[in-house]
Ligand binder design. Structure first.
Ligand SMILES: Cc1cc2nc3c(=O)[nH]c(=O)nc-3n(C[C@H](O)[C@H](O)[C@H](O)COP(=O)(O)O)c2cc1C
Length: 207
């Protein structure tokens, strides 16, 4: 690796496809359900998504532009994260349609809204794991110059967790058996978690 390809993103990557999100990948998917102040339901996937804290548990995702999900969370301060799995991949993809705010992507994707226990936003019944969340912060992202972008980071505290009992093996959450899907790069790449890809490594103790 003595001669890496180098580019400065502000001046373009010069490659057939922007490698950025193919490199930072595969990424977990924030499959986010929300409800507008009007009551309309919304569901959409966000792969600029991750977990950021244990206590309290915090998750976040970025809206590139002012999308319905962002507007709904501004209005109601609640959202639900749903786990996207291989059997739900096509429905997850269908839910990303750029539909107007009044369109319910649960219906569009053939999914069932199930009442949550704490928040007024439903979870995806078909998804094996859901987090009920309350908004903690919405941060408009900026570049190194301080110039604001048209992107917003939405953070929320997980206040309720639903886990399908089939994914609790002797009480331990079975990531390897979850068939979780993750987003790769390019227009269409995804990865599925497979048990054979699991390896274990403990943190070193010091001294
Ligand atoms: C797998 C996947 C990941 C996506 N990740 C993002 C993302 O991180 N940020 C974003 O703004 N849009 C993302 N999108 C596009 C949104 O899902 C799409 O714009 C959607 O229409 C937004 O819906 P909403 O307006 O109902 O919130 C993604 C789409 C897919 C299929």
């Amino acid at each position: 690796m003595s001669d890496p390809y180098f580019y400065q993103p502000a001046q373009g990557h010069g490659l057939p496809h922007d490698p950025f999100n193919a490199i930072v990948g595969p990424r977990p998917i924030g499959w986010i359900s929300t409800r507008a102040a009007s009551g309309a339901l919304n569901l959409a996937p966000y792969s600029f998504f991750n977990a950021f804290n244990y206590t309290p548990p915090l998750i976040g995702f970025a809206s590139l532009g002012r999308k319905d999900t962002l507007v709904n969370i501004e209005e109601t301060a609640e959202f639900v994260w749903n786990l996207a799995t291989r059997p739900l991949a096509e429905a997850m993809n269908a839910s990303c349609a750029a539909a107007p705010p009044e369109v319910d992507e649960f219906a569009l994707a053939g999914l069932t809204p199930a009442a949550s226990n704490i928040v007024a936003v439903p979870r995806v019944l078909e998804s094996p794991v859901s987090f009920e969340c309350r908004r903690t912060q919405i941060i408009r992202l900026q570049g190194a110059s301080g110039a604001p972008t048209d992107s917003w980071l939405i953070l929320g505290e997980v206040v309720g967790v639903h886990i399908a009992r089939a994914l609790l093996r002797d009480g331990v959450y079975d990531t390897a058996g979850s068939r979780t899907i993750l987003r790769g790069g390019g227009p269409a790449d995804y990865f599925e978690i497979m048990p054979e890809n699991l390896f274990r490594m403990k943190r070193p103790s010091y001294p």
